[in-house]
Write a new protein. Structure first.
Length: 420
């Protein structure tokens, strides 16, 4: 960690929910110095999860995505700079340089620049009507476009059946809009949930009328008059398309740090205390890649999580650490997804497992699934079982009796005692 020295100015590069969380944590921790929160979007910090859920459906008003307005930051003595893009870091001079040439001097710097939606490098990718979903501006345009498609009786094509693609597809069907989903993998959400649970969600989407095409990539977009009209798949099929959403993930917004001395490898590398390889410079949220040790595991893993809960909590930890109040960041990761009338909640982190144990009947009512590696629960998900969240978190890292784990008649809290 950085050597102890007076901290007069903290600059936060990135005004998403991580940056806002850090700024507010600094004030809660008693920091009375200058805080500058810099973001390249025109809006104050907002929450991204509703953008593919309630906001897209029209059930979440836009004002509800903002935790606080501009005046709220001013009342905390936080200098909020919107529409200000960071250009480079001069680590030796302790300055953050903005695109307009302004240089912000800092004693501590926190990087919370998040990520950028990936685009497809295929013919026609620049046609109008092809959307990504990362920012509030993206969500506004997508919502307006889906509304227009619905009125005209057209079809939306979603490329990618990860969480963004799956949630947008579910929103389209809830709005009565026809939708085709193209996914190169064998099941939706397979990268996180695995094939078994992914196939459960494949059935759910199809029951709701989604034209789901698996093992199918995209070769090109085509259209006339500069606007997309069809998608050509990797198998040569042509799918009519009045609007397309590209939901193929995001990349960390870290390219501007090249040559700064901050180590980059699939994101900004930080230690357990959220500090980068440059003393006094920290990172948190979607841009940060950090050492995670799953409960009960012997090995550390470098992970980068693109979840609201992680952005919020890691930014809080980074703020405390940069003030010289050391606390290792060691969470049980958590995220959720709303699709149709299903709320999925996931705890833990698993990239490999040797067994999935289910409780309840997946796809036919509330259920849970546990991802086990050598009998240890590495992660768990629950669908429409909100009350199970706390015991699910506590089960991560334990080795409960597998038969009891699958038995609805055995309380999850009782398993904690047995596993202990």
């Amino acid at each position: 960690m950085a050597a102890t020295e007076p901290i007069r100015t903290v600059v936060i590069a990135g005004a998403g929910i991580a940056g806002a969380s850090a700024a507010e944590t600094l004030r809660r921790e008693g920091f009375a110095g200058r805080i500058v929160l810099v973001g390249d979007e025109p809006e104050p910090p907002y929450e991204r999860p509703p953008l593919s859920k309630g906001y897209l459906l029209g059930t979440t008003p836009e004002e509800k995505v903002f935790p606080r307005g501009v005046d709220g930051y001013a009342s905390l003595g936080i200098e909020l700079r919107t529409g200000a893009r960071v250009a480079r870091l001069d680590a030796a001079a302790r300055r953050l340089v903005l695109a307009d040439g302004e240089a912000l001097a800092f004693d501590r710097l926190l990087l919370t620049t998040g990520g950028v939606a990936r685009r497809l490098a295929v013919p026609g990718a620049d046609l109008a009507g092809i959307h990504t979903l990362r920012t509030l501006g993206d969500a506004r345009a997508l919502r307006a476009g889906i509304t227009d498609v619905g009125r005209a009786g057209g079809r939306v094509v979603v490329i990618g059946a990860g969480f963004i693609g799956s949630e947008v597809a579910a929103a389209c069907r809830a709005l009565g809009v026809d939708v085709t989903v193209l996914e190169v993998l064998a099941a939706p959400l397979e990268r996180v949930l695995g094939a078994e649970m992914g196939h459960v969600y494949a059935d759910i989407h199809r029951r709701h009328g989604v034209d789901l095409r698996l093992g199918e990539g995209i070769a090109a977009f085509r259209g006339s008059g500069g606007r997309v009209e069809e998608v050509v798949t990797s198998r040569g099929e042509r799918v009519p398309c009045a609007l397309a959403l590209v939901g193929v993930g995001m990349r960390p917004a870290d390219e501007w740090l090249a040559g700064s001395g901050v180590a980059l490898d699939g994101g900004v590398l930080v230690d357990a205390y959220c500090e980068t390889t440059v003393p006094g410079v920290y990172a948190a949220g979607d841009v940060a890649r950090w050492p995670y040790q799953p409960a009960g595991a012997a090995q550390l893993q470098l992970v980068r999580l693109e979840h609201w809960d992680n952005a919020l909590r890691q930014a809080e930890a980074a703020a405390r650490n940069l003030l010289g109040k050391p606390v290792a960041y060691a969470p049980v990761p958590y995220f959720w997804s709303d699709q149709y009338d299903l709320k999925l909640q996931y705890v833990g982190y698993a990239t490999e497992w040797d067994r999935v144990v289910t409780r309840g009947q997946p796809g036919e009512g509330p259920f849970a699934a546990f991802y086990l590696e050598r009998s240890v629960v590495r992660a768990a998900l629950a669908v429409n079982r909100v009350r199970d969240l706390v015991p699910l978190k506590k089960l991560v890292g334990t080795a409960p009796d597998v038969v009891a784990l699958a038995d609805e008649g055995v309380e999850l809290r009782g398993l904690l005692t047995r596993a202990g």
